[in-house]
Every structure is written in C-alpha cells, then in structure tokens.
Design a protein around this ligand. Structure first.
Ligand SMILES: Nc1nc2c(ncn2[C@@H]2O[C@H](COP(=O)(O)OP(=O)(O)OP(=O)(O)O)[C@@H](O)[C@H]2O)c(=O)[nH]1
Length: 897
C-alpha cells in the first residue's frame, strides 16, 4: 500500500476515534492533545503538498495528520485562523478568568504545533526514511539510527505528556466553573469508558446490597486477573497501573494474602478508597499513602481465618487519578512452589484453586506475570495459563525484572525465545518486557518509571532492535492490556445485557405476585413522599385556630405551673392570719417567681412541648398508602432531631416575662363576671386536685376497705397497715383543729407514736411526716373547695360588707390572668416564628437525610422497599447496559464504514 493511502486510512481511523472516544482509542482526551504522525510526514513529503486532512477540536484535542513542504505557510495561516475562531468562541462561552486560561493554553498548543511542523518539515526530506521506521511494525536496520530515533520518540513522548498534563489542568479548571467533567467529550455526553465505569460501580453496589445471588455479578464482567509465581512482581505491575505505591511491602515474606480488586478510573484527583468506606486517601500525600497501605494490610490479615495463610475474600479498592486507564484489575496471591514454615499445609492448593477460579472467568484477561530473573523452568504460572486458556485468546504475558535478568547475564537468544512465546508452554495475545521496581521499598512510582525509561534507553539486551519497541515498557504493556480489556467488554456485553433482562423479568413477576396492583415505590420515592407529607403537616400547624392553640396551651400551662402555684405559693399564703397578709405573701411570691424568669422559662417549655405534641399528632394523622409504615422510622427520627435542635427564641422568653409581670400588676377583681370566672377556675382546678390527692392517699393505704380487699382479691401490706393506722391518728388532729397549720409539730408526732405503740405498732417519724403531707393536702384542698363554694356569691357581698373577704378567689383570678396572657403570647410566638423555624429545621434535617444513603436505608425499611430497590437498580443497570451497548454498536458501525 502506498504511504499516502496508508496515511489517509490512518487519518480517517483516528478522526473517527477521536470524535467518538472509543475506550481503546490511541488518542483520547486523557492521552493526547496533539499528535503528528510520522508516517504521514513521509507521505506528505512525497507528494509535496499540504496534507492537513484532519484538524479537529474535540473538547481540547487537536489531531494533525501530515503537514509538510511548500504548504507549510498555508497551513500556519489556516491554523491561526482556526485558533482565532476558537479564541473568540471561548471568550464568549466561558467566564472571564477561565477563558483567559484556556485561550493561553490553546495559543501555547498552537505555537508548539507550529514549532513541531517547522522541525518536522525541515527534517522530513532527510529523515523521512528513518521516521518511517518508528512505525511499530518496521524493524530498523541501523543501530545508531535506531538510538537517535528512540531519543526523538522519548523527547516527543515527554513533550506529549507535558501537553497532556497542561490540557488536563485546563479542563479541570474549566470543570470547576462549568460543572462539566474534565473528561467529558461534549457537555452532558459520556465516553464509553465512563459509561462502563458507571455500570461497574452500579454492579458493585448492587452486589453489596443484593441477597439475590451468592455469585457476585460484577465478577462475571471483564476484568484483568494478575497472576504469577510468588514475588514475580504482580503487585509492582499493579502499582504502575495505579500510578502509586498503594500496597504493603515486606521483606521476602508473602505479601498478597487475599485477592485485591482494584477498579481504576480517570479522575481529577489522584485518590483511593475502599468500596465499603467513605474515607478518601489522597495518593499525593505520603502520610495518606502509608495509612492506605496499613489499612490494606490490616484488612488482608483480618480476612484470613485462624490457622490459614490466605483468604479468598476480596478486598475492593477504587483508584482514581489523572490519566489512569479505566479497567478492573485483580491482584491474586502469588503461586508458591512449596509450603514453607509457618504456612498452613493447604496454602499451595488454596492459592492454585483461587487463581484457577478467577482465570476461568471467560471474560477475564489473564495478565501472566513471569519473573525474568529466575529460571524459566521453575515457572508454575505459565503451566496454569496454558491449561486455562490453551489458545492464548485472553492471556497477556509480562516478563518482569528484565534489569535483573540482564545483570544476571541472561543471553539475548533466551530473552527472544521467551518473548516470542517459544520457551514457555503457553500461548498469549502479546508478550512484554517490563521493569516495575528495583527491590527498594522506599522508591516512588516516579523513580521506578524513570529507572525503567533509563534502563530501556541504555540496555544492551534490548538495544539492537531485537524486539519491537511496542513490546517494551510498562506503559506499552498497560495500553495493550487496556485494549484487550475493552475488546472483551465489547464481546461480552450482549451476554450481560441478557442476564439483566432475565433478572428484571423475574423481579417484576415477583413484585406483581407479592404486591398486586401496587406501584413500585423505591426508597427515594418513599423518602420524597414522606418528606412532602412531613413538610405539609408541619405547615398545617399554622392553620390551627388560635382558640384551639390557646386552650391546649392553657391546659398544658396549668399542668406545669399548677403544682408550684398550689403546693408552694397558695399553701404558704393560706397559713396567714389575715386576708391582707395572704395577699401580701401571694404578691411577693408571684412577683419573685415571674421576675426570676423561672415562670417565663417554664411557659416557654410548655410552648415548645405543645408545639411538638401538635407536630406529633399531625404526623400520626398521616394516612398514606399501603407503604406508609415503611417510613415510620423516618418520621420518628425527624421528630426526634427537630426536638433536639429546636431552640425557643430567647427574646420570646423576655417578652413572656414582661407580659406576666404586667398581668400580675392587676391585683383586684373589678367585675362580677371576672369573679365568677375565677371561682369556676378555682372549683374546676380544686376538684381535679382533690381527686388526685384522694387517689394518692388511697394508694398510701392500699386496699383498706372490705370491698377493695374482697373484690380486688388483694390485701394490705404490713407497711400499708401501719400507714392506715397513722392516717387514722392524724385525722383526729385535723378534725379537732380544722385550721391546723401545714406543719406537724414534734409533740404531735410523739402522740401518734405513743398511741400506735399501744396498738403494738412502732412507726418512724419519716412515715408519720409522709402520711401527714398527704392527709393535710387533701384536707386543705377540700377546705378550699368549700371556700370556693362559699365565695361563689361573694362579689356583691364583698362590696357591701368589707369584712367578707375571699382572697383565694383573687389569687386564682391573678393566676388565671397570668396563664391566659402567657397562653396568648405563646400562641402568637408559635405562629409568628416557632412554626416557621420548625419548618425550616425539618427541611434541613430531611435534606441531610436525603443526601445520606445509609441513613435513608436505615430509616426506610421493609421487604417491599427492598424489592422495589432491587427492581430499580436492575432496571437502571439494564438501561445503562443497553445504552452502553448501543454506543458500542454505533462506534463499531462507524469504524466499518
Ligand atoms: N529489579 C527489579 N525488581 C523488581 C521488579 N519488579 C518488582 N521488583 C521487586 O520484586 C519484589 C517483589 O515484587 P512484588 O510486586 O511484591 O511481587 P508479587 O508478585 O506481588 O509478590 P507476592 O504477592 O508476595 O507473590 C519487590 O521487592 C519489587 O521491588 C523489576 O522489574 N526489577
């Protein structure tokens, strides 16, 4: 084929690949900005015309094929115009700051192209033949020429990677402003690699959650299985792929003790994380790398059962970073020859079994790692590879430690026979020689990469062109493995799609049987529905009628402040000898209480409790559909958190105090209806209190009456008998002196004790005082009840006869006033601020939960939601697989056209 035709074909292939981003494209956004193909220089020079067949800007990628000779000026002019066009477009499309950076980058690239074309043009005629030899299939005839070419290639590679880096940084910067991934082809469009990576992530999540099958579906997908004899350098190879020294190291001992599945993908930051944890390790930071290695080692040791040496439980790791090739690699424990001291007896068989299992996956690419520095005859892995993949359709052979092989004096013929596949019994798709370490645990990846470059640049073993350049270096090997991986993806995708179609069909049938006629509401659906319900119910608190709020608040207020009002203030005032004294005590105590903010704080608590009680009632009112119970946990958690978070506004408490103090300033009942209302309040309050006090007293005595004992089939305890006897003695005092003060005097205690002793009962003073507090309380309340009755008509009487005094009515009126004004103020505060505040809090709480998948899973649970989730995931994976398949198909069609 003529070089011009060859070049045209290459150009066509590249243009379609660059535009449509095949996973295995030689040129992609993460790989290159500019590529000038040497084959085409030769072709162009032969025709002497400009061959600028392709110049495409594909999201920052420029591909130039063939620019030479007399057309150079025309080309430069044309390139400038293209760049100008792009500059004005960038200026109008991107925000300032970003646009300048991109523009600078584009201008740099354009200048570099022009310099490159100058050089290539000036050297094209003289070096066209040597350039042609850089085409991978041609073998050079002259060693010096080859060395020179090798240097050129290395220089170009370095240049290329620095432009790649620059381009990547620019796209990263751009992505910060536009939210578009730095790897995106077009805004909103995903590359095939990204699509596959997404499917892998979904499948890993699906496997983790799904009890559907023991077989992990993600393991049937194409993946690269790294196998080799112990210490062959498997882990070192993987580290070169991941571009970081992420694995633990030891001195000579077996390091890989369980499979490590590494999902590699491109990302703006170089990071790693375990798939079951949210910790992100920054691989650029040595301390975090160390922590990662430590964690891997810890996990490996933890996964090995007692008495065993290796484990088959995989550790799953995700590594992302700039220019990392997307694929899934599994590092397996090294195959051992013999079991050494300290190892479990079955270790060799366990490792062989494990390797065989992974290698037998028909979609696995087997990366067979062979140590180049040891005798080929000692290799076990090559035997295994030839058994599992006899035709070598999916095996790639990697010869490591060739540097050591050379220093050990390995002959060129021997290397050749290994790398052309004639020495080992196995067959492979490709054979590679690499250097992936130098036995120094402290070396960084950059140091190893440099060491490898320098080694191949000066190695005698590989220098006379005995091997194709593409067979050397880790970089080339990784590209080839990556290509094979993606080929496998293409070949197996139909089977995967069918598998998910069947899974979806089965799950849908199961759902129809279990929940006939019901919509499949997954966790997110249920969450969104519950969220809307909760917020609607919270908002409806605003429309509760004000009177209802005040009634509820009044009841709650009395429950809270009643005990203090009655047992402390009212009882103390009642010990007074005159109405004036009664009023003075009441006035002082009530003012003291209100002034100290204690009353206001108590009322604010009541406001808060009432608000949350109402919210609780509203949420309990939610009927919802059949699946309402699934989100019961969510509602409870939201209620709990909002209670915890809600703070009553402090100026609201001050306002309450002010209102209460003003209410207390009103010291007298001036109208009859006020008097009546107060008496009613007093009567209803006392009636409740008397009821409560009677029941407390009864509890103290136990089943004291005949009927209680016989109907309730119970009898008094010894203590209850004693208490009943005490109460009978105390009753005598109260009958003899109805206005007895609230304190029981010492002589009275002794009288009770003496009297009971005569009846054969020895009772401690503590018991007498306890019984007295109950007896006196009931007696006092009943007396006050009687006063309330007597005071009913007292308003007019009081006017006509000043001796008639009912200070108790005035007391209850004042308390009622304080409560009413507090309830009114609380109602206004609740509706003006607190409900709105609560709504906002609920929204934040719900948003937080909504963003936390684990919490959502914990709070919305049940068989129906699990099934709906599975169905949703399977549908999603199936859809993704389908669109991935279609994109692959489209790309294949384009290539065949
Ligand atoms: N000189 C030299 N040393 C290498 C090369 N590749 C790996 N090593 C060293 O060989 C040793 C073993 O490498 P590993 O990558 O741990 O080997 P492995 O196959 O993963 O070991 P196991 O998992 O324990 O079977 C390490 O000290 C590496 O630094 C190489 O190309 N040249």
């Amino acid at each position: 084929m003529s070089s011009v035709r060859q070049c045209k074909r290459l150009a066509k292939a590249l243009s379609s690949q660059a535009l449509h981003r095949p996973p295995y494209a030689a040129i992609g956004p993460h790989q290159s900005n500019v590529l000038v193909l040497p084959q085409c220089r030769k072709a162009s020079s032969s025709s002497g015309t400009v061959r600028s067949w392709i110049l495409k800007r594909v999201y920052g990628v420029i591909i130039i094929v063939g620019v030479t000779g007399g057309g150079l000026l025309v080309f430069k002019y044309w390139l400038d115009r293209q760049v100008d066009n792009k500059l004005s477009w960038i200026k109008s499309y991107y925000p300032s700051g970003v646009s300048e950076k991109i523009s600078d980058g584009l201008v740099n690239i354009s200048n570099w192209i022009k310099t490159g074309t100058n050089n290539s043009s000036s050297s094209s005629s003289s070096s066209s033949s040597s350039e042609a030899r850089t085409v991978v299939d041609d073998r050079p005839s002259n060693n010096d020429e080859l060395i020179k070419l090798q240097k050129d290639v290395n220089m170009l590679k370095n240049k290329l990677s620095s432009v790649e880096k620059e381009n990547y940084e620019l796209r990263k910067e751009l992505s910060k402003h536009t939210g578009v991934s730095p790897n995106a082809v077009q805004p909103g469009q995903k590359t095939l690699i990204e699509m596959y990576s997404e499917i892998l992530t979904l499948l890993t999540e699906f496997d983790a959650k799904s009890p559907l099958t023991d077989r992990k579906l993600v393991h049937s997908l194409p993946q690269v299985v790294v196998v080799g004899d112990q210490s062959a350098g498997k882990t070192s190879v993987l580290e070169m792929v991941a571009n970081a020294r992420i694995f633990p190291r030891g001195a000579g001992e077996m390091m890989t003790r369980s499979p490590v599945m590494v999902t590699l993908s491109e990302g703006s930051d170089h990071v790693a994380m375990f798939s079951d944890s949210s910790t992100v390790y920054d691989l650029k930071k040595e301390a975090q790398l160390k922590a990662l290695r430590h964690e891997i080692e810890k996990r490996m040791r933890a996964s090995v059962s007692d008495g065993q040496t290796v484990s088959s439980v995989p550790i799953s790791l995700v590594v992302k970073g700039p220019q990392i090739k997307r694929m899934v690699l599994i590092d397996l424990p090294g195959i051992i020859n013999t079991v050494t001291t300290g190892m479990a007896a079955n270790t060799r068989e366990d490792i062989m079994k494990m390797c065989r299992q992974y290698m037998q996956n028909p979609n696995a690419i087997v990366m067979c790692v062979q140590d180049g520095s040891v005798d080929a005859e000692r290799s076990i892995v090559t035997d295994l590879a030839s058994q599992v993949d006899p035709n070598g359709h999916r095996t790639i052979f990697v010869l490591t430690k060739v540097d050591m092989a050379e220093s050990n004096g390995l002959k060129q013929e021997r290397i050749l026979s290994i790398l052309d596949g004639s020495l080992f019994p196995m067959k492979a798709l490709g054979y590679y020689a690499v250097v992936t370490g130098r036995g120094n645990t402290g070396d960084s990846i950059e140091q190893i990469q440099r060491y490898e470059r320098e080694y191949f640049a000066k190695s005698k073993l590989f220098q006379n062109g005995m091997l194709r350049e593409a067979q050397l270096s880790t970089r080339n090997m990784i590209s080839a493995v990556n290509d094979e991986f993606w080929k496998m993806v293409q070949e197996s995708i139909n089977d995967q799609a069918l598998l998910f179609k069947t899974l979806r069909y089965n799950l849908e049938a199961e759902w129809r049987n279990k929940f006939p006629g019901e919509r499949t509401l997954d966790r997110d659906d249920l969450f969104e529905m519950s969220k809307a319900d909760i917020l609607t119910q919270a908002a409806s608190l605003q429309v509760l009628p004000p009177t209802k709020w005040e009634d509820i608040l009044m009841n709650s207020l009395w429950d809270q402040i009643g005990p203090k009002v009655l047992d402390e203030i009212f009882v103390r005032a009642a010990q007074s000898r005159s109405s004036d004294e009664f009023n003075t005590v009441v006035d002082i105590e009530l003012h003291k209480w209100a002034d100290s903010l204690q009353l206001a704080s108590l009322c604010a608590n009541v406001g808060m409790t009432t608000l949350f009680e109402q919210l609780h009632n509203k949420l309990a009112d939610l009927k919802g559909g059949k699946f309402m119970t699934l989100s019961q946990g969510l509602r409870e958690e939201v209620e709990r958190l909002s209670r915890e978070l809600h703070k009553w506004e402090s100026y609201n408490i001050d306002q309450l105090k002010y209102v209460q103090m003003s209410a207390l300033d009103d010291k007298d009942v001036t109208a009859e209806d006020q008097w009546q209302s107060s008496v009613e309040f007093m009567k209803s309050t006392l009636s409740k209190q008397v009821k409560q006090a009677s029941s407390d007293l009864s509890a103290l005595k136990g089943p004291s009456s005949f009927s209680q004992r016989w109907l309730g089939w119970s009898s008094q305890t010894k203590q209850q008998v004693e208490r009943q006897a005490i109460l009978e003695e105390l009753d005598k005092f109260l009958k003899a002196e109805p206005n007895h003060p609230n304190k029981l005097f010492v002589d009275e205690v002794l009288t009770v004790q003496r009297s009971l002793k005569n009846k054969g009962l020895i009772v401690p003073e503590k018991e007498i005082q306890l019984a007295w507090s109950h007896a006196y309380r009931l007696h006092f309340l009943q007396q006050t009840q009687q006063k309330a009755h007597n005071c009913q008509k007292g308003f007019l009487l009081r006017q006509h006869s000043p001796q008639f005094a009912c200070p108790e009515v005035t007391f209850f009126w004042r308390v009622q006033q304080v409560m009413q004004s507090s309830a009114r103020t609380l109602r206004v505060q609740i509706l003006d601020r607190e409900v709105r505040q609560l709504e906002q809090q609920l929204k934040i709480i719900l948003d937080n939960i909504g963003n936390d998948e684990k919490r959502k899973r914990d709070l919305i649970r049940g068989n129906a939601v699990d099934k709906a989730e599975q169905l949703k995931q399977v549908r999603l994976i199936q859809e993704k697989l389908d669109s991935f398949r279609q994109s692959l198909l489209k790309q294949q069609k384009r290539q065949t056209n």
